[in-house]
Ligand binder design. Structure first.
Ligand code: PGA
Length: 257
């Protein structure tokens, strides 16, 4: 983290978990255990249909609501899809884009990620853009090249003045939901590489200001060490964000620095 230059953002990704009726009890429990008032920026990315309940439940504390996907088109005949302007209209502030589960199960590509990034930015949403390598790619030694390509493609055409709105999340696929966290050094190496790519594309000032998260089995036990790394500016947290005590532990670790 480097709070002097950029925001630390702790974001939960609830994936396809929880029920509407569980949102308020979760919010109340979280509010009771986070060391107030020093909340770093906290986001909870919920299933679309829980966004209104989450905004209501979190409205009196510094937790913003995000979702986990959007459609890249502005509007039209796309049955079952949700547009960026629908989300913005509802009051949603963040959207996860290109999560590896969407790439793996729903055919998202680097090109569709780029289109979704534009859709989010145009609607005033903050995209949390996920990049990361598989275990095979890491073992082949191509992690940094792959990350360069993913970041460049995701950001293609994004103007410099919009970069303040963009968050990148480094999520090694082999660490997601596996209990296998990247070491702090491994995670920082890739986050630093992402910053170097942004520096090449946009210059040092913007690179220094962009929030780059780590995600992949981050929990209340390992968060402090990961967040102490100079290029890791927060976390994207799946499993541990479903348990208020664990999520609070991560927020408190970020607040401590
Ligand atoms: P995990 O998920 O924390 O359960 O590993 C992270 C993510 O998928 O964003």
């Amino acid at each position: 983290m480097n709070p002097k230059y950029r925001k630390t953002v702790i974001a939960g990704n609830w994936k396809m978990n929880m029920l509407n009726s569980q949102v308020k009890p979760f919010a109340e429990e979280l509010k009771g255990i986070v060391n107030k008032p020093k909340w770093c920026d906290v986001v909870v990315c919920v299933p679309y249909i829980m966004a209104p309940a989450a905004m209501k439940a979190f409205k009196d504390c510094r937790v913003e609501v995000g979702v986990q996907n959007l459609n890249e088109n502005e509007k039209g005949a796309f049955t079952g899809e949700v547009s960026a302007s629908m989300l913005a209209d509802l009051g949603v502030k963040y959207v996860i884009i290109g999560h590896s589960e969407r790439r793996q199960y729903y055919g998202e590509t680097d090109i569709s990620v780029n289109k979704k990034v534009h859709a989010a930015i145009n609607a005033g949403l903050t995209p949390i853009v996920c990049v990361g390598e598989s275990l095979e790619q890491r073992e082949l030694g191509v992690t940094l090249e792959l990350i360069d390509y993913q970041v460049k493609t995701a950001l293609a055409g994004v103007p410099a003045e919009k970069m303040r709105k963009v968050i990148i999340a480094y999520e090694p696929i082999w660490a997601i939901g596996t209990g296998k966290t990247a070491t702090a050094e491994q995670a920082n190496e890739v986050c630093a590489e992402i910053r170097a790519v942004i520096r090449k594309l946009y210059g040092a000032r913007i690179a220094r200001a962009v929030t780059i998260q780590y995600g992949g089995s981050m929990n209340d036990g390992n968060a402090a060490e990961l967040l102490a790394q100079p290029d890791i500016d927060g976390g994207l947290i799946g499993g541990a964000s479903l348990v208020a005590t664990k999520f609070a532990g991560i927020i408190n670790a970020a607040n401590k620095e």
